[in-house]
Every structure is written in C-alpha cells, then in structure tokens.
Design a protein around this ligand. Structure first.
Ligand SMILES: Nc1nc2c(ncn2[C@@H]2O[C@H](COP(=O)(O)OP(=O)(O)OP(=O)(O)O)[C@@H](O)[C@H]2O)c(=O)[nH]1
Ligand SMILES: [Mg+2]
Length: 175
C-alpha cells in the first residue's frame, strides 16, 4: 500500500482545545491536556479504503500562548491543511484569530478550516458571528466538541478532502 506524507497545522489562542482536537482526531478519544509548550507533533494515519492508500499526516499542534509565537514562525510553512481554532465559550479567543493571520498568510486559503470547539458547553459566540468571520476569511467553519466527539466525522472528512486535493495536484506530497 503506498504511503503519502502530509502536514496538518493547528493554530488558535491558548486553551481553545487544539491539543484535544488533535488527540480526538488521532486516537478517537478525549484526552485532557496541559498547556502545550511551543509545539507538539504527532502522526495521524488515514487509511483510504477506496483507493488503497495510506496518508500519514504530521500534525503540528501549536502552543497558543503568546510567548511562543516568535519561534513558531517557520513551523507553519508547507502546511497542506490548516485548522484555525476558537472556543465557543470565549469571545476573546474568537477575536484572537486575527493575531494568527501574519503567521499563516502564506498558506493558501483553500487549505484553511475554521473550527469552533467546545460545542458541548453553552457558548458566547453567535452562529451569525462565526459565519460572518468565515465569510470574511473565505473559508468553511464547523462547530465541534473534542470532549464529546460531536461533528468529528465531518471535520475529518473536510480535512481529508483538502489533503486529497493537494495529493491530486501533486502538491508537496511524497510517496
Ligand atoms: N467542555 C469542553 N472542554 C474542552 C473541549 N476541548 C478541550 N477542552 C478543555 O479545554 C482545556 C484546554 O484544552 P487544550 O486542548 O489543552 O487547549 P490548547 O488549545 O491545546 O491549549 P494551549 O496548548 O495552551 O494552546 C482543557 O482543560 C480541555 O479539557 C471541549 O470540546 N469541551
Ligand atoms: Mg495545546
């Protein structure tokens, strides 16, 4: 079975649940994390039953705290897919999306997905607000819960679709 190697990056404010989303995607379970120091890298293995191939995605999970930003600059380069995460219970994390733009601007918009996490808790960000931001950025948005797993199948499908476009186009994929 041929194996392709790709890169998935997660950015967003501290505590929004990037590490929880990464481990939900990779293991299928909710794992409670402490603050990520700088960055964490893990591997997500996707088996494509239909075309008999394996994608191994290197998942770059960025620490959201401000003090790590300066040395994260080169680390998003070459991302095949990018998740911009905010926390539905914290309007501040929604506002902080803009702070990541200089870091991620070199990545084509069609590789971005906005992920609004913690849908299991009563949120403080209106759907209208989310849709407006997503439209402004020109990217899709999805509400999920890393805790309950709500909407993860959909999210994973969205990511896989983006990765496959890169694969089909040649992109940076290596076999
Ligand atoms: N209720 C609820 N809590 C969540 C969810 N996802 C994550 N959390 C909690 O939110 C807190 C922060 O989660 P992390 O995954 O560490 O967040 P992070 O974005 O990786 O944070 P940094 O590494 O500091 O940038 C933890 O206490 C998680 O248990 C969710 O979907 N629902
Ligand atoms: Mg983290």
């Amino acid at each position: 079975m041929p194996t392709r190697y790709m890169k998935l990056v997660l950015v967003g404010a501290g505590g929004v649940g990037k590490s929880s989303i990464s481990s939900r995607i990779i293991t299928g379970d909710f794992i409670d994390h402490t603050m990520t120091i700088g960055m964490n890298v893990d591997t997500w293995t996707i088996v494509e039953d239909d075309d008999d191939a394996i994608i191994k995605a290197s998942v770059f999970d960025m620490g959201g705290q401000e003090q790590f930003r300066s040395f994260q600059e080169g680390l998003v380069t070459g991302a095949d897919a990018l998740l911009i995460v905010c926390d539905l219970t914290s309007f501040n994390t929604f506002l902080k999306i803009d702070e990541w733009l200089p870091l991620i601007d070199s990545i084509p918009r069609e590789r971005w997905i906005m992920v609004a996490n913690k849908s299991d808790v009563n949120g403080s960000i209106e759907d209208l607000e989310l849709d407006k931001k997503a439209r402004e950025l020109g990217i899709p948005v999805i509400k999920v819960s890393a805790k309950t797993g709500e909407n993860f199948l959909q999210l994973e499908e969205m990511i896989e679709k983006i990765l496959k476009v890169t694969l089909d186009g040649g992109g940076q994929a290596r076999t």
